[in-house]
Structure formats: structure tokens, C-alpha cells
Design a protein around this ligand. Structure first.
Ligand code: RUQ
Ligand code: CUA
Length: 651
């Protein structure tokens, strides 16, 4: 093990030790984060949930949690992934995958500025990209990525939301090859790809436009160019050693790895000229139809691959010390900051110099056939002694950068032009990503910086072996950064973005119009409520409205039947969902929004009478919102019958 690595690991342990909290907070902090009851926060903060697979939404500056948006993981609270309508959202080429690991957030942008339309998230494990509609705060589309493993450098976005990208963290044998190869043939058989997913400007729908075939390195993070560098994309990568075992040591051998510079406008030209090769692959593409209240999943069969070996002037490698993680472009698009986890400096690259080096062919040889630009020729300069373990950089509206230092547990503020360190503040502890509202856009809103930490020892009341995950809010409106709030988060927060609240709140959907409900199983009023048998399937078309179900007594189901409860919420009032649950169902509840239809599948496992009820406290008579369903023996001649309010005694 190299000594630098040993030192860093040692320092990691020291850094994780609790420090005194006396220096933690500035005197006027409470006033700065206090949002009085009934008042709204200034920003929405969309925070990735890491291994929870979800995204959560907080208010800034209060740190109040508003919502957890289910994305890649099932969510019994909302019935997501449990209702028949939402199950297809989690379909993949591997079948139903009810969990993932969501690291990064990308809010849609127009002209490089947040537009409040969609937020994208990546699934790291079974490579996927999701789109959430900010009118409903619901996941409306998920696309799987072929030729990929560990979709980490994703879903970063171009300045007019033309594309979100997906880069492989794990290189793998390509999907159309016989993947049954010895793992130690990594160098021959494993490749990396970066995918460009086209966003339809009107609908937001995603489609993989092309993939670029690359050497078997580990792509880590990425950022689009903007302003003058619009048309380019930058991806950090580590493991240029192309090791396949004990990466901890074996991928940290070289002094420099790379940032990949992709000229995606050039790639588009090649695509238009028919230069891509169609490859047979298999990946799921899942979409939620807001009128049908229902998702469909289709299996796509082809992807277009561009190979830089045949296509010049499309990709270049730029040396970057050492195992770079974050790769961030400043608001002007001129500067690209590489953060080498094991580097003692932070290199800042100049887009103008990159263009000149390319024009002059100032190369330092090639890497697997791809030109490597000379480090000195593309460097704007290095931030000296920034701290230890630089990971990620965000920007304010005054030409300053904020870099998280994982090992030394601090945030360092520095000037992009002069590269001078201006300020540093401790974080508690081991900070990962940072978020400045608008920080990755052309127009940072400044004011706050939020740090998402990996370790929280001693910051919150203990909760057993696993402690609260945490974020810390800093005021960056002055010269000095000031810690003003700690708040716990859901899952493990990685990246987050924050956006002025009014860009989102004004578009919020309040209800779904019942007359526009096109769900095939809708019952648009009590007159349409019914129970129908189709072979061994029993379909219950049920309505809910304060405070009853129609029907609330159902008989004629037999053991061995599969029962589908299609529940339509007839309410047309904001914030009046009804829930639905039945005893013993190997399923979650449904939570049905006003005007929406959702379906719960239930396979009764025994004979008897089963209660069902509304799970969401919807009115003073919510506890009365209940019913029964009777299950008889197989072959029983109890006829299908259903009613609400029928008090006729049985003879
Ligand atoms: S990462 S803590 Cu998965 Cu974005 Cu850097
Ligand atoms: Cu409906 Cu409670």
C-alpha cells in the first residue's frame, strides 16, 4: 500500500473523531433558519436518497422535510411499486427490480438556468435514469441503460436539457458479446460507455440517442459544458490502470487519471451522417401515463454506438491527478474543476486552452487510441493546499468555488480566477457533495451552501448502530461561511440541487380531473361501482369518497381467486387522498389521489371474512370508512354480490 494512501486512511480516522461543537454555530443562526409556522421556505432542496433509492424534498433554510418521492425503490406508504398501475415502473431487462441506489440529481434547465419542470435521478446498481415531474412530484419515466454497470456519472444535464448522460462506473463485457469471460481478461474484454439520453423538449420523454464506446476505466462524475463550452461534456474517470481486483491499491498507482472531454455536437454530426453502429441489446423503458394513471413498460432492442476508433475529433482525455471524483464546470463554462480524491491540489482546467490544445494537437500520446491532451497546456492553474480529499465543487454568483474535503472534513472556499483559498469551515463529518442553490447552473442563486455528510457521530441523539444521516446548512452571503443548521436526511444523501420555491410551487397539480380519468378500470361514480368475475379473477370496481366505499360488502369470492380492487377516488378537492388496505394482503396499501384510480391485487390465502378500510385519515368519519369481503371455499355456490348501505337481513 502506498504511503500516501496509508496516511490518508489514518487521517480519515482522525477526521471522523468528534470535535468540539463550540465552534459550530454563529450567534444569529436561529433567526436565519427560522421559518415561522404558516410561512414558506425560500428554496426547495431535492436530495438524493442514496441506498434508499428515493429522492427527498426539504425546505431551505428551515431544513423541514416535505416529501419523499419514490423513484427506484418500492414505497408502501404510497403504494408505489405495489399497485398494478405502478409495478411496470420498476421493470428492467432483469425483471422487476424493486430497489436501487440513487446518487445524483439534475434539475431541468433552459438557457442554463433552472426552469422547474423536471428532476432526474440515476440508479447506480441496475443502471437506470428516472424523470420526476415537478407538477406532481411523481416519477413518470424510467429508462434502463444497456452496456453499463454502476451508472454513477449520471444524470448530469446539458444547458437546454438536450441530454442527460449516463457513464459506467463499472466497465463490463458489452451486452452483445458472450459475457462469460474470465474476470482477469478485463483489459481485453471489458469496456466502458457513456450514454447520451435525449430529452424531448415538450414532453420530457427520454430516449438513448447514442452511446460512446470507451476503454475499460471507471467513469465517476460528469458535467456538461455551458456558455462557451456548451456542446461539450466532461467525465472524470479513475482506474486508468484498468485493474480488476483490490482497486483500493491497484487503481491508485498512477499519478494522474483522466477527465474525458466529449464533443457531443460532433457526436450528433456523426449520428446524422449514419456513422453509428446499431447494436442489439435489451433494456426497459417505462412510462407513466398521467391520464390513464398507469405505467407501461416496453423492452427496447437496439442502441446506437459510436466508436472513437473510427470517428476522430469526438473525445479527448485530459490528465487529472489523482483518482478524480468530482468534475464541475463553473457558471461561465470556462473552467472545469477536477477533484482528485488522493490529490494534494485541485486542478482547474480552461476550456479555451482545451480548444487550443486540440487545435494545435498538443498531445501527450494517446490512451487506448484516444488523444491525451498535455496537462500543462490545458491547465488554468492549481489550488494549492486546499485540504485533504477534495470531492465536489459548487459555485456562487461571485466567482467563487466551494469544494468539499472528505478527509479533512471541511469546505474550502476559493476564487476561480486567482485560485486563492479565501475561507474554510469544518463539517461534521466527512462531507460528500455540496449544494448551492443554482450552483451547477449559469445562474447560482448563492446565499446558502448545504453540505451532505457521510458520518454524524455525536451530532444527534443516538439511534442504535446506525445514526442519522445529515446535512448542514451554511450561510454564504458574506465573506465567511457560517454554519447555521444541522438537519437529518433520509437514506444516504449524495448530490442535491436547490431551486427557488416559486419556480416549482406555482405549477403544482392539485387534483386529477375525474372526467379526464382514462384508467381502463375507472368507476366514474357510484353507479359504475360493481364486482365482476372473469374465470378465477374477481374485479372490484370500487369508488371512495368521504366517508365510504361503494361497495363496502362483497361476497362470492372463492379461495383460489385473484381479487383486483380497482379503487377510484371521486374527490375533487386538494389534499384529500383516500387509502385502501385489506387484511392479510401480501402487498402494501394503495394511496389514491383525488380523481385517480389505483389497483391492488390480493390473493386470499384462507376462507373467511376480511376487513378492508381507508388508511388515510380523511374526515371526521374516517374510522367509519370500512367494509368486508367474504371468501368462500373453492367451488362454493355463493353468488357474486355487492352493496353499500344494504341492511336487508339474510334469510
Ligand atoms: S458521489 S460523495 Cu456517488 Cu456523487 Cu461523491
Ligand atoms: Cu378515506 Cu380515510
Amino acid at each position: 500500500m502506498s504511503t500516501i494512501l496509508m496516511t490518508l486512511i489514518l487521517i480519515t480516522f482522525i477526521a471522523c473523531k468528534p470535535r468540539g461543537i463550540q465552534q459550530a454555530i454563529s450567534a444569529d443562526a436561529a433567526g436565519k433558519v427560522y421559518v415561522a409556522p404558516g410561512k414558506y421556505d425560500e428554496f426547495y432542496n431535492f436530495v438524493s436518497g442514496g441506498f434508499s433509492g428515493q429522492m427527498s424534498v426539504y425546505g431551505i433554510p428551515s431544513g423541514r422535510l416535505f416529501r419523499v418521492i419514490p423513484v427506484f425503490s418500492v414505497d408502501p406508504e404510497k403504494g408505489y411499486g405495489y399497485s398494478e398501475e405502478t409495478k411496470p415502473m420498476l421493470n428492467t431487462s432483469h425483471g422487476f427490480v424493486p430497489w436501487d441506489d440513487l446518487h445524483h440529481i439534475a434539475l431541468s434547465v433552459t438557457n442554463g438556468i433552472h426552469d422547474g419542470r423536471w428532476v432526474f435521478g440515476n440508479g447506480n446498481n441496475t443502471p437506470r435514469v428516472a424523470r420526476i415531474d415537478l407538477k406532481t412530484f411523481r416519477t413518470v419515466e424510467i429508462i434502463e441503460i444497456p452496456n453499463s454497470g454502476g451508472n454513477h456519472s449520471s444524470p448530469f444535464i446539458t444547458e437546454n436539457s438536450e441530454y442527460v448522460v449516463a457513464g459506467t462506473r463499472f466497465s463490463i463485457p458489452m451486452d452483445d458479446t458472450n459475457g462469460d469471460v474470465p474476470i482477469n481478461t478485463y483489459k481485453q474484454n471489458f469496456r466502458g460507455t457513456v450514454s447520451f439520453i435525449k430529452i424531448d423538449p415538450a414532453s420530457g420523454n427520454m430516449n438513448i440517442a447514442f452511446q460512446i464506446l470507451l476503454p475499460g476505466v471507471n467513469f465517476d462524475l460528469s458535467r456538461a459544458g455551458k456558455g462557451k463550452s456548451h456542446g461539450w461534456f466532461f467525465f472524470s474517470c479513475y482506474n486508468s490502470e484498468r485493474a480488476n481486483t483490490l482497486l483500493e491499491v491497484n487503481s491508485s498507482q498512477k499519478d494522474k487519471d483522466f477527465i474525458l472531454c466529449v464533443n457531443w455536437k460532433k457526436a450528433e454530426e456523426y449520428v446524422a451522417q449514419g456513422k453509428g453502429k446499431k447494436q442489439v441489446v435489451k433494456y426497459a423503458h417505462n412510462m407513466y401515463d398521467e391520464k390513464k394513471h398507469m405505467a407501461t413498460s416496453i423492452m427496447e432492442k437496439e442502441v446506437l454506438v459510436l466508436d472513437p476508433k473510427d470517428l476522430a475529433d469526438m473525445v479527448y482525455f485530459m490528465p487529472c491527478p489523482k483518482s478524480p471524483h468530482g468534475c464541475d464546470t463553473d457558471p461561465t463554462g470556462e473552467f472545469i474543476v477536477g477533484s482528485g480524491k488522493l490529490a494534494a491540489i485541485i486542478p482547474v482546467f480552461s476550456f479555451t486552452k482545451i480548444q487550443k490544445a486540440i487545435a494545435d494537437k498538443t498531445y501527450d500520446g494517446d490512451y487506448e487510441g484516444i488523444p491525451v491532451l498535455k496537462y500543462e497546456s490545458v491547465l488554468h492553474g492549481e489550488v494549492l493546499k486546499p485540504g485533504l480529499g477534495p470531492l465536489h465543487t459548487e459555485f456562487d454568483d461571485n466567482g467563487n468555488a466551494y469544494t468539499s474535503m472528505f478527509v479533512s472534513s471541511e469546505v474550502v472556499k476559493w476564487n476561480i480566477q486567482s485560485l486563492q483559498v479565501l475561507d474554510r469551515v469544518p463539517t461534521y463529518y466527512s462531507v460528500g457533495h455540496l449544494s448551492v442553490p443554482g450552483g451547477p447552473t449559469k445562474k447560482p442563486w448563492g446565499k446558502y451552501m448545504i453540505a451532505y455528510n457521510k458520518i454524524t457521530k455525536d451530532r444527534f441523539l443516538p439511534t442504535g448502530p446506525e445514526l442519522a444521516q445529515s446535512a448542514q446548512l451554511y450561510d454564504i452571503s458574506g465573506d465567511k461561511m457560517k454554519l447555521i443548521l444541522d438537519f437529518p436526511t433520509i437514506g444516504e444523501p449524495h448530490y442535491a440541487e436547490a431551486i427557488p420555491a416559486e419556480l416549482v410551487s406555482k405549477n403544482s397539480v392539485k387534483i386529477y380531473k375525474i372526467e379526464e380519468n382514462q384508467n381502463p378500470w375507472v368507476a366514474k361514480g357510484d353507479d359504475f361501482a360493481r364486482v365482476e368475475r372473469k374465470g378465477n379473477e374477481v374485479h372490484v370496481y370500487m369508488t371512495s369518497i368521504r366517508s365510504h366505499f361503494v361497495p363496502d360488502n362483497i361476497e362470492g369470492v372463492r379461495l383460489g381467486d385473484v381479487v383486483y380492487f380497482h379503487v377510484t377516488n371521486l374527490e375533487q378537492d386538494w389534499d384529500v387522498p383516500h387509502g385502501f388496505a385489506v387484511k392479510g394482503a401480501n402487498n402494501a396499501e394503495l394511496l389514491i389521489m383525488p380523481g385517480e384510480t389505483q389497483t391492488l391485487m390480493w390473493k386470499p390465502d384462507r376462507v373467511g371474512v376480511f376487513p378492508m378500510y381507508c388508511t388515510d385519515f380523511c374526515s371526521a368519519l374516517h374510522q367509519e370508512m370500512q367494509g368486508y369481503i367474504r371468501v368462500s371455499v373453492p367451488g362454493s355456490n355463493v353468488p357474486i354480490s355487492f352493496s353499500t348501505g344494504n341492511t336487508t337481513p339474510v334469510q
